[in-house]
Write a protein that binds this ligand. Structure first.
Ligand code: SAH
Ligand code: SF4
Length: 341
């Protein structure tokens, strides 16, 4: 909740108490007892009636490369995962989930194998960021690239952004927020027309229409010609460059012809290309390309004057790399209780 909503719901004796509560939560305080600048009576009543944190961090896994993955339990027994990423410049990024599972069914992704249990509420997204900061210290960026398709839950994401960028709270900069979509055109137009002012990444994977339809069923309702129009609209409306992400599958989408198709797709767009060598997922029929296959594909693209980077392989030992999030299974509800703010 934003301060004005806390004020409206909690019936506080003084308006500024809602700002104090908002600030405490943004700093990671997870009990009203700990909010020491509130009057004792108010703290006691709030403790009886509400909980400032609705989710529980159940597991913390650390990869030797610095990546950290949290397993977070939700009140209905479903669980989600959140990852802390480091880049070459040691910037620290929270990669958060927006759905428990994902309905998009991309054939190369672990999360896609789960199906979608449900959309996450704004507090379930905000709390992923707060749990990570509590365990790992202050973060620089947030990316909506964890479990799920963000453009199917844009309302929760808009509210998450309003909370995390609020100047009285965490005050995160809009420039430090990125959303990655599998390519839902309607959502890209909505995002472009919104005031969210964030960066966009699109999981292109391949610009071969037939192959993309097999790998990413989203292509059926969102053909590449329409996707390109939507990305161009985003470019023009926001004046922002878009990242095209390509998960690279050995011998599937890394040929010279595939590079030519990507070049043709990127023509006329303000785009940067990010290659993501496939991260292994058990029981999926793909392989990671060799370093020389990746290098050749990279060279094909850069020879066409495209701006290309290769994402470092990180977090694989803890199943925390792109496309590895989400384990099967669901536990009984554990956390119930009082109204949450
Ligand atoms: N649902 C959103 C964001 C989460 S997936 C989306 O699809 O864009 C984040 C990125 O990981 C996407 O670019 C996706 O194509 C990629 N990805 C999925 N499975 C992968 C895997 N096993 N290895 C490497 N990248 C993968
Ligand atoms: Fe969902 Fe993204 Fe995985 Fe596709 S790649 S199944 S959209 S999480």
């Amino acid at each position: 909740m934003l301060p004005e909503e806390i004020d409206a719901v909690c019936n506080l004796p003084q308006r500024f108490h809602s700002i104090q509560i908002f600030q405490w939560i943004a700093q990671g305080c997870s009990s009203f007892e700990g909010m020491t600048n509130l009057p004792l009576k108010v703290r006691e009543r709030l403790t009886d009636e509400y909980t400032p944190c609705d989710t529980v961090c159940e597991t913390v896994l650390k990869d030797p490369d610095g990546t950290v993955k949290l397993g977070i339990g939700l009140h209905d027994g479903s669980s989600i995962e959140t990852v802390l990423l480091f880049d070459k410049a040691s910037r620290r990024t929270a990669c958060v989930s927006c759905q428990a599972g994902c309905p998009m069914g991309c054939t190369f992704c672990q999360t896609g194998q789960l199906g979608c249990l449900r959309n996450l509420s704004p507090n379930e997204i905000v709390e992923q960021f707060l749990h990570l900061e509590k365990i790992c210290g202050k973060l620089d960026n947030i990316v909506f690239m964890g479990m799920g398709e963000p453009l199917l839950n844009l309302d929760s994401i808009a509210k998450t952004i309003a909370v995390l960028t609020h100047p009285k709270g965490r005050n995160l900069s809009h420039r430090r927020i990125t959303l990655s979509t599998s390519g839902i055109c309607k959502g890209i137009y909505e995002l472009a027309d919104s005031k969210l002012d964030i960066r966009l990444a699109v999981s292109l994977t391949t610009a071969d229409e037939d192959l993309r339809t097999t790998l990413m069923p989203v292509t059926k309702a969102n053909p590449l010609s329409e996707l390109k129009k939507a990305i161009r609209y985003f470019n023009d409306k926001t004046d922002k460059r878009v990242t095209l992400e390509l998960a690279l599958l050995k011998d599937v989408n890394t040929s010279y012809k595939a590079a030519q198709q990507v070049r043709a797709f990127a023509e006329g767009l303000n785009a940067h290309i990010n290659l993501i060598p496939w991260n292994p997922v058990q029981q999926l029929p793909y392989n990671t390309p060799s370093d020389s296959e990746i290098r050749s594909f990279y060279n094909y693209l850069t020879a066409e004057n495209l701006n290309v980077t290769v994402r470092q392989k990180r977090g694989r030992t803890i199943g925390g790399a792109c496309g590895q999030l989400g384990k099967k299974g669901r536990t009984e509800p554990k956390y119930s209780g009082t109204k949450q703010i």
